[in-house]
Design a protein around this ligand. Sequence first.
Ligand SMILES: NC(=O)c1ccc[n+]([C@@H]2O[C@H](COP(=O)([O-])OP(=O)(O)OC[C@H]3O[C@@H](n4cnc5c(N)ncnc54)[C@H](OP(=O)(O)O)[C@@H]3O)[C@@H](O)[C@H]2O)c1
Length: 331
Amino acid sequence: MPMNTQILLDHRPTRKVSPANFRIVENPVPTPGPGEVLVRHQFLSLDPYMRGRLSDAKSYAKPQEVGAVMGGGAVGIVEASNNPGFKGGDAVVGMGGWQRYSVSDGNGLRVIDAKAIPIQAYLGAVGMPGVTAWYGLHRIIAPEKNETVLVSAATGAVGSVVGQLAKIAGARAVGIAGGPEKCAYAIRELGYDACVDHKSLRFAEDLKDALFNGVDGLFENVGGEPFQQALRRLNDFARVAICGLIASYEGPPTALPDMRVFLVRRIKVEGFIVSDHMNLWPQAIGELAALAAAKKLTWRETIRDGLENAPQGLVELLQGENFGKMLIRVN
Ligand SMILES: NC(=O)c1ccc[n+]([C@@H]2O[C@H](COP(=O)([O-])OP(=O)(O)OC[C@H]3O[C@@H](n4cnc5c(N)ncnc54)[C@H](OP(=O)(O)O)[C@@H]3O)[C@@H](O)[C@H]2O)c1
């Protein structure tokens, strides 16, 4: 009998997540019922928001259930379908979770074109992280030509798209990234005008030099000390999109400085969650897919092979060890 490998949350982490928080089980591959679709997964998405779901603290989404398959985005191929919206062989994206096969009633499952664009891009630049970049940049920062947009985690799944969209909008894009290799890639491949290494001892001075015109739009993905430095460079009427605070997910909370800066510089600060804006996803994905197909949008991936390596991959992502979109190839 064909078996389905599944990874369950065994118990919640108290501080840093570890592979010991998860457990692997084998169950028979399910048979899709009426109206249902069986999907064989090819890639799983690892995302920073997963850390929040592992906790049962009150948040914008329900916590991951203990003893259940770990939730998460997945792309794959339809193996069998009793749903008229899907047929065998369709490439699809959905929230199939950390398992080899998933069954869906079709809700939240979408057929994708995996010919012009690699299938796993629907978990990255042409998926949820891409839409996040699109929303925060276009709907919150809304840069005008020649304004300066500063992006933290500039080469990551979200940040790499923000930088490229900012350039397309005619802005000056400055990135913050961890290490010289990421910074070189940000400038050479993603088109950033400058990139500052937050691991360098000269970070504060280098950031000031790179931001010689200040910051009109700050796309914040990280928090922590680099965020404090970035706030010091805001221009009057700057817009700050709080997208994520990954440095604080397992570390100390990111504090706000003296609030006076927001008053005297007339700053707009807006936090956002991309899933609150589902009505805009078709437009955003349409634009991102067109850019990707025209080779005007690029990205990088860190791929770990093997479903069983998903827990370790999540640990690496939360430690910032990925370079580009973090994925698991299910083989
Ligand atoms: N609001 C929303 O709806 C939404 C949706 C998706 C993602 N997000 C948020 O957006 C941010 C980026 O997500 P992503 O999927 O694109 O991840 P990612 O940028 O691909 O990966 C995370 C990156 O964060 C950087 N980082 C800096 N300091 C870190 C620290 N102390 N610990 C861990 N990482 C650190 C690392 O890059 P460097 O080495 O370059 O610093 C790391 O590679 C996250 O905060 C995430 O929660 C929000």
